[in-house]
Design a protein around this ligand. Structure first.
Ligand code: NZQ
Ligand code: ZN
Length: 392
């Protein structure tokens, strides 16, 4: 087991009706004015936004609001939010939505508290030294941003999607009422389940050994998400299944399943982020479309670990050598994705990149040849191109 630090400062408030005392909760942070940040309208239609405004009114907290965050959130709205917060003296951001809204809130928080262009952080030109406090009311179980240290933003100038991580942006609290996720379209629920699984799989498929406890947590988390995703296919209002998936979403990306690992692989995420930036696909669905191609490309470098995944997670019976078992595990994962109506190729995802576009995806993903990705197998620009090509 490698050395590690486990830091999860986010206060989790979980269960039915937990959003009701939100005003009093925000009050605890002693803020003067709140930015209520939300997406394209689902929180208006569900009535959640009105209930939040009421709760803030009752607590006597002043607020301004900014909606219209799109999935794969845009830098231009982040700039707008920074201006608004500075003008209005906002000192707390309440993100009401999913990963896109939370990430946009985090980026605004960086922009308000640091001089210069916030995009510098996402371009890794320099590091942030602060972030406004962010609180979350989660409406979709997926990205895990409600407890994570990351934020992922798309710059419309060039359509590049980049992530930035620091502990400053970890949300102060996350209110998680599984009932709020019952209005999700099935595609978003299932896309979320894929993303949740991938956050653990990225950490699990690594080179570390002697990982009994972390592996056990990861394997059980993955089996739990698969079981409950299947329940939600036919019974989307099943509270217990919603609750299991929602809690798994946070635990999968708050660092727990990475304790003692070598940090994880993350190549599938990096490859998918370019798809999101260029083709605006749902993040989890994009991961499902690319994962099989990545897995087959790198499996020879980590067959033992893939075989463990096959047996302990996918329920595959060990067959022949480790490699054979490993390949059966990859097939079983893809079968599961198909079962929950997720794509296992870019075509099924609804995109058919041209040869030139695949080269561009690889160029962008390699930061124009300046970086490699992955640790199971270290991937260069040409490898990235091959993985995109095989994912067609
Ligand atoms: O915009 P609205 O109208 O709210 O609709 C959203 C959006 O269209 C809808 N939705 C959310 N809650 C709903 C609902 N519709 C009905 N009922 C509800 N209760 O769902 C759609 C997707 O929302 P989004 O926030 O984009 O989903 P998700 O949570 O999957 O976030 C995806 C973003 O997070 C990033 C992804 O790259 C992507 O940009 N990620 C962030 C991470 C992090 N910060 O730690 C890690 C992840 O790996 C990921 O990269
Ligand atoms: Zn993800």
């Amino acid at each position: 087991m490698n050395q590690f630090q486990y830091y999860t400062p986010t206060k989790v408030i979980f269960g039915k009706g937990t959003e009701e005392n939100m005003g009093a909760l925000v009050q605890e942070y002693g803020c003067k004015k709140v930015l209520v940040h939300y997406g394209g309208g689902s929180v208006k239609r569900s009535g959640l936004l009105d209930r939040i405004y009421q709760s803030l009114d009752v607590a006597g907290i002043a607020y301004v609001s900014l909606g219209k965050v799109v999935p794969n959130p845009h830098l231009s709205l982040v700039y707008e939010g920074i201006e608004l917060c500075k003008r209005e003296g906002v000192d707390f951001i309440l993100a009401v939505g999913g990963g896109s809204v939370i990430d946009s809130a985090k980026a605004i928080g960086y922009g308000v508290t640091n001089e210069g262009d916030v995009w510098d952080f996402y371009e890794k030109k320099r590091n942030a030294s602060a972030c406004l406090p962010v609180g979350v009311i989660l409406t979709i179980a997926a990205a895990g941003s409600e407890m994570s240290d990351s934020s992922v933003i798309t710059n419309e100038n060039g359509w590049v999607k980049r992530g930035y991580s620091s502990n400053y942006c970890r949300p102060k609290f996350a209110i998680m009422n599984p009932e709020l996720t019952m209005t999700l379209p099935q595609y978003q629920t299932m896309s979320g389940c894929v993303d949740i699984m991938m956050h653990t799989m990225e950490r699990y498929l690594n080179h570390a050994d002697n990982m009994e406890l972390t592996d056990g947590i990861s394997e059980h988390l993955l089996r739990t998400v698969m079981k409950n995703a299947k329940i939600l296919l036919n019974d989307p209002e099943n509270y217990d299944a919603r609750a299991e998936v929602m809690w798994a979403g946070s635990l999968s990306h708050n660092g727990l399943t990475g304790c003692g690992t070598d940090g994880g692989d993350w190549a599938s995420h990096q490859l998918e982020h370019e798809l999101g930036g260029m083709f605006d696909v749902a993040h989890g669905a994009g991961l499902a479309a690319i994962w099989g191609s990545w897995a087959r490309y790198v499996v020879d470098a980590g067959a033992e670990r893939f075989a463990q995944f096959a047996v302990n997670v996918m329920g595959v019976k060990a067959a022949g050598d480790g490699m054979q078992t490993a390949l059966l595990g990859i097939e079983a994962m893809e079968d599961f994705y198909r079962f929950i109506h997720m794509p296992v190729s870019m075509k099924e995802l609804g995109i058919e990149p041209t040869e030139e576009q695949m080269k561009e995806l690889a160029r962008k993903c390699s930061f124009w040849g300046r970086r490699t990705i992955g640790c199971v197998k270290v991937l260069e620009e040409e490898d990235m191109y091959q993985i995109y090509k095989k994912a067609c």
